[in-house]
Design a binder for this molecule. Structure first.
Ligand code: NAP
Length: 504
């Protein structure tokens, strides 16, 4: 397509979308961008932030895109007359990158609502406005639950999907291919990681979850053994986001190759043991071992935690898919994807750590002073007396809680004896385990808004002392908190204290 023809881009606030937007603006094309309001910012504010990202990334000013405020879930995408008019007048093609990317379904109908019904709404709008070229972001994993070679010209191989996300992306790709009056070009990236030059990412799924786990475990003074139910010979296919955007936009400029499907994947997948070796040059990873696919008959608390928290990913790690990239290689012989090597791994790691894995730093919710103390000193001992779970704790076990921040403090606990659980302010004895946590996270756990196990994996709870014992105890505390919330509602003053901050 000609460089002066306008484009309609969806998903620009996402990881890939912002690189597409950046490179489209740099090419001088008129771009209309579908952006929705978020809970924190209006669509216009979000687009301004994206412009800053694009200009900051290229270190120069760029033309401004046209804001098309809307949502794939709304009829007609929620666009007004002026926006439709702009599209009809300027846009010859759409790049559809928006998607709901979490694997599990939600009660409000995701991922189907956005990925399938939203794509249908987009296609209907294109049909009405005379936009005939659709460049659709699918995923290499539409191949579903299978192994081995996957070709670009295959879609339905009769194998089911691994999760609701894959199922919706499969249905969306099928819809785009069959939609009347549309020429569809399909792009199927494998697993997208950060920028090959800067390490930048704004999305921390999949590969990053494992990378963060490796960092958390390697940062402990005490070496933790972690056996993984894999052989190490399984493969992963990782591609940097800047390359995916560049490949897609290069293909966009080669219209004679439109209408086909492209795997945007590494030409050669990388084995897990190779990834581990690369990471081992950057992090101490001695405790991790492959024990084969049969699984762990006797998982330690840490292993059980990892098995559960990463359950969405095991099938991806074991699938050993080999994405045939014939079309991509033929059309872009001059643009091979960067290899996942030590340099790239170091960049990704450095960025993710500096970005605190995407978590906003220093933004703990404000907690009124005394709330942690009130819960620990008044409510908890009362609940503990009524709980059979607390009686299961090891007798005479000492542990401590160090709640950081202006509203925190230190508390010591001893299990057993007439009081069942004795709570004292300060670090009185030598505890076997100390949990360090900030006040906001602590109250989220008490209110059941976050799981203790997830908080540990996310690095929001640090453990000093016997980590295996600490995780076992954390699992019991988790059950205790759930039991306390359902059976022993706090007495009125306590409820008032807790409710007071719940709504803040
Ligand atoms: N990341 C990967 O590893 C990977 C691999 C293969 C394929 N893909 C595909 O590549 C595309 C881009 O992925 P990504 O990693 O950039 O995803 P991402 O970072 O999660 O971004 C998703 C984008 O979709 C937008 N979106 C979601 N629901 C929407 C709705 N109802 N209406 C309007 N916009 C909506 C989001 O907007 P908000 O910011 O408003 O939420 C965001 O801009 C997706 O189609 C994905 O399926 C990704």
């Amino acid at each position: 397509m000609s460089a002066t023809q306008g484009l309609f881009l969806t998903g620009a606030s996402g990881l890939l979308g912002r690189y597409l937007l950046r490179d489209l603006l740099a090419s001088g094309r008129p771009v209309g961008v579908l952006v929705r309001d978020s809970s924190a910012a209006s669509a216009a504010e979000r687009l301004a932030e994206l412009q800053d990202f694009c200009e900051g990334s290229l270190r120069r000013s760029l033309p401004r895109p046209v804001l098309l405020a809307g949502d794939l879930r709304a009829p007609g995408l929620g666009l007004g007359t002026a926006e439709r008019h702009w599209l009809a007048r300027h846009a010859r093609a759409v790049i559809h990158s928006a998607a709901y990317v979490s694997y599990q379904p939600t009660p409000d109908g995701e991922p189907w609502q956005t990925n399938v019904l939203g794509t249908r709404r987009l296609l209907e709008l294109c049909q009405t406005l005379g936009i005939t070229q659709v460049h659709h972001l699918s995923t290499a994993f539409v191949c579903g639950d299978r192994r081995g070679l996957v070709r670009e010209d295959e879609l339905d191989c009769g194998r089911g999907s691994k999760n609701a996300y894959e199922q919706s992306k499969f249905a969306a790709e099928e819809l785009v291919r069959q939609f009347p009056g549309i020429q569809a070009t399909i792009y199927r990236p494998s697993v997208i990681v950060g920028d090959s030059r800067t390490g930048y990412t704004c999305s921390y799924h999949h590969f990053y979850r494992f990378l963060e786990l490796a960092v958390r475990l390697s940062a402990r003074r005490q070496r933790l053994a972690l056996r993984l139910p894999l052989t190490g010979a399984e493969t992963q296919n990782l591609v940097p986001v800047d390359w995916v955007a560049r490949a897609l936009l290069t293909l966009l400029d080669r219209p004679r190759w439109h209408g086909r499907t492209y795997h945007l994947a590494a030409w050669q997948a990388i084995r897990l043991d190779e990834i581990k070796n690369i990471l081992a040059e950057l992090l101490p990873l001695e405790g991790t071992q492959w024990v084969g696919p049969e699984g762990l008959p006797d998982p330690t608390p840490l292993e059980q935690l990892v098995l559960e928290e990463f359950q969405d990913y095991w099938s991806y790690l074991r699938s050993n898919l080999d994405f045939d990239c014939r079309n991509t290689r033929q059309t872009l012989p001059d643009l091979p994807p960067p290899r996942f090597d030590r340099k790239l791994a170091a960049r990704l790691l450095e960025f993710a750590q500096a970005d605190n894995w995407g978590r906003q730093r220093g933004r703990s919710p404000v907690v009124p002073s005394s709330e942690c103390a009130y819960y620990l000193e008044c409510i908890l001992p009362q609940q503990a007396r009524q709980s059979s779970l607390v009686r299961a704790l090891p007798h005479d076990f000492h542990f401590a809680l160090d709640i950081r921040g202006p509203n925190g403090g230190q508390w010591s606990f001893r299990c057993g004896g007439a009081e069942v659980l004795t709570v004292e302010r300060g670090l009185r004895s030598i505890p076997e385990v100390i949990y360090r946590i900030d006040a906001g996270t602590f109250l989220s756990l008490v209110r059941g808004r976050q799981s203790a196990q997830q908080a540990f994996l996310d690095g929001q709870i640090e453990i000093e002392g016997d980590v295996e014992k600490a995780l076992l105890l954390a699992a019991l505390i988790e059950q205790f908190l759930a039991e306390s919330r359902s059976e022993h509602q706090p007495s009125k003053p306590a409820r008032d204290v807790l409710a007071g901050t719940a709504s803040r």
